[in-house]
Design a protein around this ligand. Structure first.
Ligand code: MRU
Length: 348
């Protein structure tokens, strides 16, 4: 995607360093963060310098490849196993992270070079898949559609293109005059900060809305379609995604509005029978109690926005049951959110 006229991906390798767009500094500063070691890359995932299912999948794959480069000859496999544990402990919910680590770990058992090739391939395929999601998803978008999206499932959340936003970019290219309502997505504000920044860069008309405005807008008939991303999809079609997704799905069902999930097959987890098996990350309460922003001098500041002395509860994801989902947009086409369709999808 273009930033100030220059083409970027969210994450890439330069020599033995992993380079990434620093997402905690967006939309105020555009900064490239360098991770020189696999441990630096782990820290970047934990602290959400890089975030979003596909992007942390690519980061985790690169981290595993870095570990292969760093591993001493005499304890090569032992080092890899410990590194794998470190990488898999960074964030629990997004399936893509575990998918990428598994693939690169297996390649690393053959050689360091194979590990690096595999990590590059995981990232390349992520970009290719999300481009295809755009093509399939755009077929669901009518001219002048008003689309609601939650969190950030745009190109920043993947290596390129994104999932929920990829169909919107394609529909724009098809001159469909789409309009996007962007949930601000408390507590970290991925919608207000990242999705809005992406849409601004692409000149796509949009409005940021408070998270609690969606019901009113739907009741007024102002939303035609909802598209969200996914962090992990169970075999029965239940979907874990950013906290607040479930509310939108219930609302969409109530008002008869199509509710689509967009995700590559690398987000599906054959080991999860249903959403009950998905581990939900709980994050630091400070994300709820404080907000980051910039002051009038352009300096990054953190302010408390909640009553001093109160604690907060901060689950990062929720699970939307399959029955509330109109369909899942994948790189292989749009499938129904139920066992048989998903089994057939994953077999091909
Ligand atoms: O906690 P994050 O920002 O890594 O959350 C992941 C997400 O961006 C969303 O849940 C998104 O909708 C799905 S991942 C593209």
């Amino acid at each position: 995607m273009l930033v100030n006229g220059k083409s970027y991906q969210t994450i890439w390798m330069e020599g033995s360093s992993v380079m990434m767009i620093h997402q905690n500094m967006l939309p105020f500063n555009f900064h490239i963060h360098e991770c020189k070691t696999y441990w630096d890359t782990c820290m970047a995932i934990t602290e959400m310098v890089v975030r979003g299912a596909g992007a942390i999948g690519a980061a985790a794959g690169y981290a595993m490849a870095q570990a292969c480069m760093e591993a001493p000859e005499e304890n090569y496999i032992g080092f890899l196993k410990e590194a794998r544990q470190d990488i898999e402990s960074t964030r629990p919910t997004a399936r893509n992270l575990f998918y990428a680590v598994e693939r690169v770990f297996e390649a690393g058992k053959i050689s360091r070079e194979k590990a690096m090739e595999e990590a590059v391939e995981v990232a390349r395929k992520d970009a290719e898949d999300t481009r295809s999601i755009g093509l399939y998803g755009s077929q669901l978008i009518r001219s002048k559609s008003r689309i609601l999206t939650h969190c950030n499932a745009g190109w920043l959340a993947f290596v390129d293109y994104g999932t929920a936003l990829s169909p919107i970019y394609t529909a724009r290219d098809q001159k469909k005059n789409v309009f996007v309502y962007v949930d601000e997505t408390r507590p970290r504000g991925q919608g207000a900060r990242l999705t809005a920044w992406e849409l601004n860069n692409e000149n796509i008309p949009h409005l940021i809305i408070p998270d609690n405005a969606a019901a009113g807008l739907m009741a007024e008939g102002k939303i035609d379609l909802v598209i969200v991303g996914a962090d992990r999809i169970a075999r029965n079609g239940d979907v874990a995604n950013k906290i607040g997704t479930l509310d939108r799905a219930i609302l969409a069902s109530h008002y008869g509005i199509p509710f689509y999930v967009a995700a590559p097959t690398s987000t599906f987890d054959k080991d999860c029978k249903s959403g009950k098996d998905i581990v939900i990350e709980h994050r630091n309460q400070d994300e709820v109690l404080y907000q980051d922003g910039i002051d009038t001098n352009g300096n990054m500041v953190r302010i408390r926005v909640a009553s001093p002395g109160s604690d907060a509860y901060n689950p990062a994801f929720d699970v939307t049951p399959a029955k509330l989902i109109s369909g899942i947009i994948t790189e292989k086409g749009v499938v129904k959110a139920h066992y048989q369709s998903i089994a057939a999808l994953l077999k091909n």
